[in-house]
Design a protein around this ligand. Structure first.
Ligand code: SAH
Length: 277
């Protein structure tokens, strides 16, 4: 009667953030999915160790390095017809510079269910490596994730110079080979040549991480000297180096004179301001 070929119910393709490099920086949920995956497609050398460390025996593991987008979606669809759990493993968080939507669309069109598991972005891992806070009270409360224009053009209004005009924290991805452009944009936006910058190469990679501290004026030469040419996060922020500051505006959340939802003030304050933390 029914002449359609009915495929077995397809498995789910999980887009999992592998974290920034250290295989232990994957989420518990992501690791659990890898441990029961029938197939894993990983993105490049950065995440291969995570894939191979937690994958079960018999799991089909492939590197997407040499595949086109179409080959990747074809591979994922074929694996989803065969096994219940398919993992697409991406560096950091899948929602940042990861071609997530381009891969989800063909899976949607093929009727393959998908889900995304977030990951620790290299921006977070780089700040952690350098013991920096991306936000600080009364200095900057804003973080911009961006890149400079390379082969991918920047949308209108998103030049680094325009974004840097906010003088907030900038986490600049994919731009280590364009450091000259980065520092020129900061100077054009009014940053001082003495403003601090930090570059973290291979954040969280055991034994391979490098941290270079400098200023807008010096960072390019320092990175060149350290032979840093790939896999690096550039951070420019008025918060950098705050660990050494002697004058610091403290967060109201832990202020003894400040009352909030979870704690009453233990000392009276002259001008108590109720605020949501
Ligand atoms: N989705 C990833 C970003 C992928 S784009 C994330 O959330 O981190 C690749 C860029 O990320 C690199 O050019 C570099 O700027 C940055 N990056 C990735 N891993 C890194 C690491 N371990 N240390 C420093 N930067 C890293």
């Amino acid at each position: 009667m029914n002449e359609r070929v009915i495929a077995t119910a397809p498995g789910t393709v999980w887009f999992v953030g592998a974290g920034p490099g250290d295989p232990e920086l994957i989420t518990v949920k992501g690791r659990g999915l890898i441990e029961r995956a029938g197939a894993i497609l990983f993105a490049g050398s950065l995440v291969s160790e995570t894939a191979t460390r937690w994958a079960p025996a018999g799991c089909v593991v492939a590197d997407s390095k040499d595949m086109t987008l179409e080959q990747m979606s074809t591979w994922l669809i074929a694996q989803a017809a065969r096994c219940e759990t398919v993992v697409r493993l991406q560096t950091g968080d899948p929602g940042l510079y990861g071609a997530l939507i381009e891969l989800v669309q063909p899976l949607d069109a093929a009727g393959v269910p998908i889900a995304v598991v977030p990951g620790v972005s290299s921006a977070m891992a780089s700040a952690a490596a350098a013991v920096e806070s991306l936000t600080l009270p009364e200095v900057t409360q804003t973080v911009i994730f961006t890149r400079v224009e390379g082969r991918t053009p920047m949308p209108e209004g998103e030049s680094l110079e325009a974004l840097a005009a906010h003088h907030s924290t900038l986490c600049i991805f994919l731009s280590i080979t364009l450091m000259g452009k980065v520092t020129a944009a900061l100077l054009a936006a009014g940053w001082s040549p003495d403003a601090p910058m930090v570059v973290v190469h291979k954040a969280s990679w055991p034994g391979e991480e490098k941290i270079v501290r400098g200023t807008v004026a010096t960072i390019q030469a320092l990175c060149r000297e350290a032979r840093i040419v790939s896999q690096s996060m550039i951070i420019a922020s008025p918060n950098l180096g705050a660990r050494q500051w002697t004058t610091l505006a403290k967060s109201k959340l832990y202020d003894a004179s400040f009352t909030h939802r979870f704690r009453r003030a233990s000392v009276p304050a002259a001008d108590l301001v109720q605020d949501t933390p």
